[in-house]
Structures are given as structure tokens and as C-alpha cells.
Write a protein of this length. Structure first.
Length: 158
């Protein structure tokens, strides 16, 4: 709604409330010449008691017929399958993704900003006031970083 419609609606509402609230109702005047009202004895009208009449009599519930007992099923038997000799295909040899054992960190934020984009994901570790950030894209290609943080050896994995 625009402001003009809101103002007009508010004015109309105020006028309606004012009109409804300003009406004065005068109490009825009692004159001593009028006769006092006396209740008259009337009996309630007689109403015939009616009971619902069924349209059809209910049908009797059928008696279940006797059936033969169920036959037991055979015991399950484990199926045997011929053994298969499957070759496991590996793309990389054992230890094909080297761990980082001696990570190097940027000396300052300006140098780090030259290599990483804003909002790049990192895994952060802080132990005893010593804080490090490990790049998630770098961890995707190495998976494990062995480091010492706060004097304690840790393994950061992805």
C-alpha cells in the first residue's frame, strides 16, 4: 500500500470509531403510574418425544467358515555362489600421495594474499597460543601434514 492509501484508511477508521462511540443512550424512564410487571405462569409447549426409526434392520454378522490350517514353509537354505577372483585396480602405488613432514608457512599476510584467494578454505589449529592455517586445496593433493604446534606433534588430515 502507498502512504496515501494508509492515511485515508486510518482517517476512515477514525471517523467510523468516532461515529460509533459518540452515540448516547438514554436510560428508560420509570413513571410511578405504570403498572409493575408481574411474571405470568406459562407452561412450556408439549413436544412429542421422537425416537429415530431405522430405515433397515441391521444384518447379522456372518459366522466365519472353518478353514484348513496353513501349511508350513520349507526351511531356508543358503545359496552357494561360485567364488570370484577380483583384481583390485589402484591408480597410485603405495604411499603415492606423499605427506608433508616439514611444512613451510608464509612470513606475513601480504605474501599469503599473493598465493591464496579471499574466502579460500583452511583448517585452523591453535595450541597454547601457537596458531597455524592449513590450505584445504593443498591438503586435497597431499592429505596429511605432520607438524609441531605449541610444542606438540600433530597430524592434520583431509
Amino acid at each position: 500500500m502507498c502512504k496515501v492509501q494508509i492515511v485515508i484508511s486510518a482517517l476512515v477508521l477514525v471517523l467510523i470509531l468516532t461515529a460509533c462511540g459518540s452515540e448516547t443512550v438514554e436510560p428508560p424512564t420509570v413513571t410511578p403510574e405504570s403498572e409493575p410487571l408481574v411474571p405470568t405462569a406459562t407452561s412450556p409447549p408439549e413436544v412429542e418425544a421422537t425416537q429415530p426409526k431405522p430405515t433397515q434392520p441391521p444384518e447379522p454378522t456372518p459366522t466365519p467358515a472353518a478353514t484348513e490350517p496353513p501349511t508350513p514353509t520349507e526351511e531356508p537354505v543358503a545359496a552357494t555362489a561360485p567364488e570370484r577372483d577380483l583384481d583390485i585396480v589402484t591408480l597410485l602405488p603405495f604411499d603415492g600421495i606423499p605427506a608433508i613432514d616439514n611444512p613451510h608457512f608464509f612470513p606475513d599476510l601480504e605474501t599469503a594474499n599473493m598465493f591464496y584467494n579471499d574466502g579460500e578454505l583452511v583448517l585452523g589449529v591453535e595450541i597454547d597460543g601457537d596458531a597455524r592455517a592449513y590450505s584445504v586445496p593443498l591438503l586435497s593433493s597431499h592429505e596429511i601434514v605432520n607438524d609441531v604446534v605449541g610444542g606438540k606433534p600433530i597430524a592434520v588430515t583431509w
